[in-house]
Design a protein around this ligand. Structure first.
Ligand code: SF4
Length: 500
């Protein structure tokens, strides 16, 4: 048994919840190495440079927050997080500078508005991501958020699933564009209609990091009201058969890659008391093409007369003043509801047509443009060396430099996704970017080293999903903006008519 498995077996990660008051009283010095690891189950990670402060991640199922919840996010940002909050690529919020003595007050504040952090990190089902315009999108197959919420509630704090071999990422969407990225989740459901019945296709075994895999579809049609039970069975198989010896091979993607979809289906069927019908064929229900899955801009909702207003929050970084203002705009001109996206952007929903210009102007006034360039609107950057212990490079400032430079030097007339990561892991999803940037260390001939990036191209999801392929290695970070300028202008000058 490796050390991590020993820690989990001796005391479950969720049980550290009972130690929270003691940890707050004793402070950082009183947390032993095992409990430091278990704190992940509460959404807490030690931040760089491991000198007493933590990152805290909250779960935001489907990216949906009501007014009171966004106010709680703003207050925690202001009072405990040195005025920094980040939207993540899994629609969560992350905070930094959390001090152990503040943990009980912070958890109490979130709990009072129905926000949980249980399972936001650790070897446990993570936040259930979904389409940020679920229930609003006129083109969706159906609103899958109630089913995503049911799955969230089933797994939340469920001791049966609190010790998985590794983290377990979930996405559930009812949209036609699959904007919640089912291909790169450990388990994912996408809405279909079969013979007039609402249901889901499910797939398993997707993931990024150093060995990226695309999820494989299981040949099941899951009636919508059986989705939770299907997820239970799929997850039990992983819990009981996933690889625990080597953490580098413990994600479900390695099990699925070894077994194949057919064997995984057999194992799932053994744990169901009902037999799913076969999935619809590709001819009956085609996968979406490489749609640009973006929610920025002003869009009519399925509710007549109402609009969602999607603003770009470059790199996902916000301060409390911005958060309070977004909450005010959402309450005054909408229903108080906001949504986060996996491109680190933010939506105010249920806005009447007459109020749209005011909301747009209000968002622009705090630095969140609703009309954003193709370069800016879908750019994504992970946490990087500012706070992340695994990072090789700084990320968010570089992304700002890249976007400012390209907005001045490139006139792009089509969507673009630039995804930037500070290490080979996948938090910034560089494997699926049109342009993927992976942080590395560049050794200088005269000695010493600087931040650098491997630059890759051509990632996409959907029908012809594929990961990026590298074109340039070890480009110093200071050269990256100009390298991308040359790359994009070269493309614009030489592209074929039907090339994207
Ligand atoms: Fe940290 Fe790497 Fe994840 Fe970025 S991709 S947040 S550097 S682990």
């Amino acid at each position: 048994m490796n050390d991590v498995e020993r820690i989990k077996k001796e005391k479950g990660g969720l049980e550290v919840w009972n130690d929270l008051q003691r940890i707050a009283a004793e402070g950082y010095a009183g947390i032993d190495a095992d409990d430091m690891f278990r704190l992940r189950w509460l959404g807490l990670y030690e931040q760089k440079p491991k000198d007493g402060f933590f990152m805290l991640r909250i779960k935001v199922p489907g990216g949906q927050l009501n007014y009171d919840q966004l106010i709680a996010v703003a207050e925690v940002t202001r009072d405990y997080a040195r005025n920094i909050a980040d939207i993540t690529t899994r629609q969560n919020f992350q905070f930094h500078w959390m001090a152990p003595q503040d943990f009980p007050a912070i958890f109490a504040k979130f709990s009072a508005v129905g926000i949980s952090t249980l399972g936001a990190c650790g070897d446990i089902p993570r936040n259930v991501t979904g389409c940020p315009v679920a229930g609003l999108d006129p083109n969706e197959t159906f609103d899958a958020q109630p089913y995503a919420q049911a799955v969230h509630e089933y797994f939340l704090g469920n001791p049966e699933f609190a010790d998985l071999p590794r983290k377990y990422k979930i996405s559930i969407t009812g949209c036609c564009e699959h904007c919640s990225q089912p291909e790169i989740n450990d388990i994912a459901a996408t809405a279909v209609i079969k013979n007039g019945e609402k249901g889901f296709h499910i797939r398993v075994g997707g993931g990024l990091s150093t060995r990226p895999f695309l999820a494989q579809k299981l040949n099941f049609f899951i009636p919508a009201d059986k989705l939770v039970d299907a997820f239970r069975a799929v997850t039990e198989v992983y819990r009981d058969s996933g690889y625990r010896e080597n953490r580098k091979k413990a994600r479900i993607k390695f099990l699925v890659a070894d077994w194949g979809a057919a064997k995984y289906e057999e194992e799932v069927l053994k744990r169901l008391s009902w037999v799913p019908e076969p999935a619809l064929t590709e001819a009956e229900w085609p996968e979406p093409t490489n749609n640009f899955r973006d929610h920025v801009g002003v869009h009519p909702q399925s509710q007549p007369g109402l609009f969602w207003v999607g603003a770009n929050v470059l790199t996902g970084r916000m301060n409390s003043e911005q958060l309070f203002e977004v909450a005010r705009l959402a309450k005054e001109y909408g229903t108080g509801d906001t949504r986060t996206t996996n491109q680190q952007n933010l939506l105010i929903v249920n806005v009447k047509e007459a109020d749209v210009p005011t909301v747009v102007a209000g968002l622009e006034a705090i630095g969140f443009p609703v009309v954003a360039s193709p370069i800016r609107r879908a750019a994504v950057a992970c946490t990087g060396s500012e706070f992340c212990n695994l990072a090789l490079t700084e990320t968010k400032n570089l992304m700002w430099q890249i976007v400012r430079h390209l907005d001045k030097t490139v006139s792009l007339d089509e969507p673009l996704r630039i995804n930037l990561n500070g290490c080979p892991n996948g938090c910034g999803q560089h494997h699926i970017g049109d342009i993927g940037l992976q942080g590395c260390v560049v050794k200088l001939p005269e000695g010493g080293s600087v931040d650098g990036y491997d630059i890759s191209l051509g990632g996409r999801l959907g029908r012809d999903a594929k990961f990026v392929r590298p074109i340039w290695r070890k480009v110093p970070a200071t050269d990256v903006p100009v390298a991308l300028e040359n790359l994009l202008n070269g493309y614009l000058n030489e592209r074929d008519e039907d090339e994207d």
